[in-house]
Ligand binder design. Sequence first.
Ligand SMILES: [Zn+2]
Length: 231
Amino acid sequence: MAELVFFSGTMDCGKSTLALQMDHNHRARGRGGLIFTRLDRAGEAVLSSRLGLATGAIEVTDAMDLWDVVVAHRTGGHRVDYVICDEAQFYTPTQVEQLARLVDDMEVDVFAFGITADFRPQLFPGSRRLIELADRVQVPQVEALCWCGRRATHNARIVDGVMVVEGEQVVVGDTSGTAAGEVEYEVLCRRHFMRRMNSRAARAAALSADVLPLELAACALPAPGDDPHGG
Ligand SMILES: [Zn+2]
């Protein structure tokens, strides 16, 4: 029985690495598959992992019909037993419905990988539809960690070093030089997400005894030798 599986998590928890491994495992068993991605950090039509692995992929656009793409490949004589969908949070809800149809009507396994919520934090429309339709939602076993060492559950957007909670839903990182400033992302635990305490803010606060927040005294700071009760 084919399945629609959604592997969801924060950034930095190894989703793309898992996607590449999944493709390798199925290919090694003689199955044929397609790899989709959208707005990968390495550029168009590439699925890349932070560990340095990469492979070619089909770049998804808003107008693309994923059902049609699979049908075209099969019509062309290629096997499509499964599809890997990386960065699935950026797919449209309609495309997620097309993926579900591939599972139900064509017996194609769909393995989707994506971030659940954006930096505000609100569910991405694609991720919401995946949670609604998936046979299974799985959380990767590798946990991303906040600077404090707790499990990171939230993706924070950092603009010019400062955490923001308003703005466009999709701004891919490393866009330095734009009017909006340098955009980066950092994973945080909920406690530090709610307090807008990214690693840089925490370091700055730790250096200034006057504004040392109470919660920082309760959890370890990354810099060794710091005495939270000093000063
Ligand atoms: Zn934390």
